[in-house]
Every structure is written in structure tokens, then in C-alpha cells.
Design a protein around this ligand. Structure first.
Ligand SMILES: [Mg+2]
Length: 233
């Protein structure tokens, strides 16, 4: 069934984090830092993002394999900042100057995604991800199993709730199957392939962007008048 699509203007723009705002997959970066199970983790993530296996089957399993420490999660936050897509900060600043709400909705680890949000000028009220808990010595102690973002269909719930409490129509930009699931909740879903072009997501989406530069998203998210106002033409 084709994904519905309505042109700009939008009052709210939601971005995915991993392989959208940043070139990395945080969970794979955690595995790399921990030096364990990298190949197995990459396979699990790929299967989840391509919709082959439900997210909830792999979410806790990945974290149990890695058992990331607090310091490793902080390091991934810094990696997110260092691997932002070109012009991500510029586009987000322009959207906010135009009076729009900008949010990040991610299945990644909250404290790491918060660090990227902070670097992009977003406060904690605009960042949605999965909280981990740590023992006093910083070792892994579990994740928020109640978070909808740790299961398939969860992004839909979070985006729906966000749309209900945010100004104007909502646009969503993301690369993965969980982003595509939420497409029905928003006025426009942009399949982003600037890092990983996922065949199933690109095939279903009405609007796609394959360029590895956030300036290419501007005409898909803003009216010609807004582009002019923001100096993005
Ligand atoms: Mg992603």
C-alpha cells in the first residue's frame, strides 16, 4: 500500500539517529568498543533494520552480548557527534529558526543520542531513545524494557504521541524499517539513503533522498518561500 504524502509546510520535523543523522549504528560501535561479537551484532542489526526479524527479538539480545559500560556509551555519544552527516547542524538550525519543532526518535541508547541532540542544539524534551541502567561501577545493568522504542511498532507509538502534541504537520526522515512503520503517522516520510540505502524502505516510500548531505533534504522539508527565508536556495 502506498505511503500517504503531503507537501510542506511542516510544523515539526523528526529525524532518526543511526545511519540518518550520523553515519554509524551506535550498537555496532558499542560492539566494536567492547571488542566482541561484532559480526553477529551486525547481522542482527541488519536483519532488524531490513524488517526480516522483529526488533524486540534482537534488542535485548544485542545488549546482553555487548554489556556496554557507561564509559562506552559516552564514547558512542562522541562518535555520533563526530560522524554527523554534512550540514545536519545547519539544516536543523534553519528549521528551528523557521519556528519548527525538531526531534530525534531513535532505538539507540538515550544518553548517547542526547549527546548528539545537544551538539545539534536540541534539549532533552526533543530526544526520544532507550535508557540503559548501570551499576555504581559503570557496568551494564539492563535497559528500559518498557520503552516502546526497543520493540517493533514502538516508533509508530512515539511518533504518533509526538504528532499529537507538536505544532503543525509532521515530517519524518529515517533509513530503517522502524522508520517506515511510522510513515502512516506523518504527513511526509522521507526514506534517507545517504548512509545505507535499504531496498525495502526505498521501495515503499513516496519520497526518498539518497544524497549523503542534509542540504539535499531541505527542499523535501521546506516550501520554496521557507528555503528562501532560511537562505538555503
Ligand atoms: Mg536508522
Amino acid at each position: 500500500m502506498p505511503v500517504p504524502d503531503a507537501p510542506p509546510p511542516y510544523g515539526t520535523v523528526v529525524f532518526d539517529c543511526d545511519s540518518t543523522l550520523s553515519t554509524i549504528e551506535g550498537i555496532e560501535e558499542l560492539a566494536r568498543l567492547a571488542g566482541r561479537h561484532e559480526a553477529e551484532l551486525a547481522t542482527l542489526t541488519d536483519q532488524a533494520m531490513n524488517g526480516i526479524v522483529p526488533l524486540e527479538e534482537v534488542y535485548g539480545r544485542r545488549l546482553e552480548l555487548i554489556r556496554p559500560t557507561r564509559a562506552e556509551v559516552e564514547a558512542v555519544g562522541e562518535r555520533y557527534v563526530a560522524t554527523q552527516l554534512p550540514n545536519a547542524g545547519r539544516l536543523i538550525a534553519s528549521l528551528r529558526e523557521l519556528g519548527k519543532r525538531v526531534a530525534i526518535v531513535s532505538g539507540g541508547v538515550l544518553s548517547a543520542v542526547l549527546r548528539l541532540g545537544e551538539a545539534l542544539g536540541l534539549g532533552p524534551e526533543d530526544v526520544f531513545a532507550v535508557e540503559l541502567s548501570f551499576a555504581p561501577d559503570g557496568s551494564y545493568a539492563g535497559f528500559d524494557e518498557a520503552s516502546p522504542l526497543a520493540r517493533a511498532g514502538g516508533k509508530v507509538e512515539v511518533v504518533r504521541a509526538l504528532a499529537a502534541t507538536s505544532p503543525g504537520a509532521v515530517a519524518l526522515v529515517g533509513d530503517g524499517a522502524t522508520d517506515l512503520e511510522a510513515a502512516g503517522e506523518v504527513a511526509r516520510f522521507v526514506a534517507f539513503g545517504g548512509v545505507e540505502r535499504r531496498g525495502l524502505v526505498f521501495a515503499e516510500a513516496a519520497v526518498t533522498c539518497a544524497a549523503p548531505d542534509f542540504l539535499a533534504l531541505a527542499p523535501l522539508l521546506l516550501t520554496p518561500a521557507e528555503l528562501d527565508d532560511a537562505g538555503l536556495v
